[in-house]
Ligand binder design. Structure first.
Ligand code: ZN
Length: 488
């Protein structure tokens, strides 16, 4: 841990040196999905962003406990305190038990994450499995005087909290303005102010997901699960809390208020947020018709897609932007990523076949340091990728016979490519592809070795036939001094 990781803390609005509370242990909590539909590009971005952080922290020598929750109760429509529970609604429409809906979409989410090579978290707690803990958390907030009961529901008293603390510190929202504009609600609603948020909601008779509590048969408010499960698994104070920028307000703002009210202190040392994905400049949304699921990307089955995109193309596309920048999806942008990844993979595969010479005529010195420096600078993956592309040029120079590389430089280059491409960026390339892909590559190699044999036997007709028919299938075969190279 001699390298200093610098991260941008949303709360202090600046880059800071990461210092864990109990090194070498790091607690990382990331808001996971609400599982009532298939994952889309917006789900892929936080998963990939915090996968990079998880991988890099471990690379630096930390022991990371990574908690990513599953929201399976309490996420109401419009993210407000009103409306039907999203999962309950899906269950009603599909005539299923709510947990059947959750399991179905959770299995599909896991499959998509595996395809994207996102490592599973250490713990994946469900909100519905922590109702008792959430009720205890509400009791603590009531005891501290920052919540009130009304008609069987419990609400957080934002106005009272804001007198002693700062509600709005994370999002920068002006709470006085919010309170000012919500005064008219007094006496007309079970909430005192519309800015107050539910900690516990009494279930309406038609609401199918409910549990007993001291206040009513009901269910927890959405924000409560993350305060409860974060502190349960990572301690009352833990290192990093992450999520998408769309969660800063109200979700994370409310989490800070809940933890401060219940525990008398803030739980989170560093808040990290990834920026959003737009599609052709527009926010993604079902009503806009630009809502593309990950499966649709992988199969190309959406009217906005001109082709299918592999999970690794999606991953590379996301990593080509810094996580705090917006990413605008378009077919052109994804096709450019597909080509870029193919170029990098090809260079990697050529690197593995290079033979060393007495000395290097290409300069690859300092690549490892430059890549580490970029990662330590708030996980700057696009810069890491550009350094790898520079090295790819050197590899191609040597592979094309226009330069040489020493054994030491070659070994270092191989180690750096494996570390950054495979282990840290989590990209599965041609050289690493397993299973059927290995068999397929083996078959092409076999065919080309037979062709080498036919050339040695001066059987030019067979040799040409193999090359021409492979070319017709889209293979690009090159004869080299050591034998052959091919690509598709
Ligand atoms: Zn959350």
């Amino acid at each position: 841990m001699d390298k200093k990781l610098v991260i941008y803390n949303t709360l202090s609005r600046k880059k800071v040196i990461f210092e864990p509370i109990h090194a070498p242990f790091v607690g990382l909590y990331v808001c996971g999905p609400t599982v009532y539909g298939d994952g889309h590009l917006g789900h892929a971005r936080p998963a990939i962003t915090f996968d990079i952080l998880y991988r890099y922290l471990q690379h630096l020598g930390y022991k990371v406990r990574y908690v990513r929750n599953i929201t399976d109760v309490g996420h109401l429509e419009h993210d407000a305190d009103e409306g039907e529970d999203k999962i309950a609604k899906k269950a009603r429409l599909e005539q299923k038990e709510p947990m059947e809906v959750v399991q179905y979409y959770l299995n599909r989410y896991h499959k998509a994450m595996e395809a994207l090579n996102v490592l599973p978290p250490s713990i994946e707690p469900h909100a519905s499995g922590h109702i008792i803990e959430q009720i205890e958390f509400v009791k603590k907030i009531l005891d501290s005087g920052y919540a009130y009961e009304s008609e069987g529901s419990v609400y957080f008293d934002v106005e009272k909290y804001n007198k002693e603390h700062h509600y709005g510190k994370l999002s920068g929202r002006n709470i006085d303005e919010l309170l000012e504009t919500t005064r008219e609600l007094d006496g007309q609603n079970e909430k005192r102010r519309s800015v107050d948020f539910a900690l516990w909601k009494k279930a309406a008779p038609e609401h199918i997901m409910h549990w007993p509590s001291p206040w009513s048969e009901g269910f927890p408010g959405w924000h409560l699960e993350c305060s409860t499960m974060g502190t349960k698994y990572l301690g009352e104070e833990f290192d990093i809390h992450g999520g998408g920028m769309d969660l800063i307000f109200p979700h994370h703002e409310c989490e800070i208020a809940q933890s401060t009210a219940a525990l008398g202190k803030e739980s989170v040392r560093y808040w990290m947020h990834n920026n959003m994905i737009t599609i052709n400049g527009q926010k993604m949304g079902k009503s806009l018709g630009n809502f593309i699921t990950l499966d649709e990307f992988f199969t190309g089955s959406h009217k906005l897609l001109t082709q299918a995109y592999s999970p690794m193309t999606i991953r590379f596309f996301i990593l080509q932007a810094h996580y705090r920048s917006t990413v605008d999806f378009s077919n052109e942008a994804l096709q450019a990523s597909e080509k870029g990844l193919a170029r990098l993979s090809e260079a990697y595969s050529r690197l593995m076949k290079l033979t060393a010479s007495a000395e290097s005529t290409v300069d690859t010195a300092g690549l490892r340091e430059r890549c580490e420096e970029a990662m330590c600078d708030d996980l700057n993956t696009p810069i890491v990728i550009s350094h790898l592309f520079d090295a790819a040029k050197a590899i191609n120079t040597v592979a094309d016979g226009n330069g040489t590389i020493s054994q030491a430089d070659l070994d270092e280059l191989k180690a750096v490519f494996k570390l950054f491409i495979e282990d840290l960026l989590g990209l599965k390339t041609e050289t690493e592809a397993g299973g059927s892909n290995d068999a397929y590559k083996g078959a092409v190699d076999l065919l080309l070795n037979i062709r080498k044999q036919t050339k040695a036997n001066k059987d030019w007709a067979t040799s040409d036939q193999i090359r021409n028919e492979l070319a017709a299938l889209g293979f690009n075969v090159k004869d080299t001094k050591d034998g052959f190279e091919w690509s598709l």
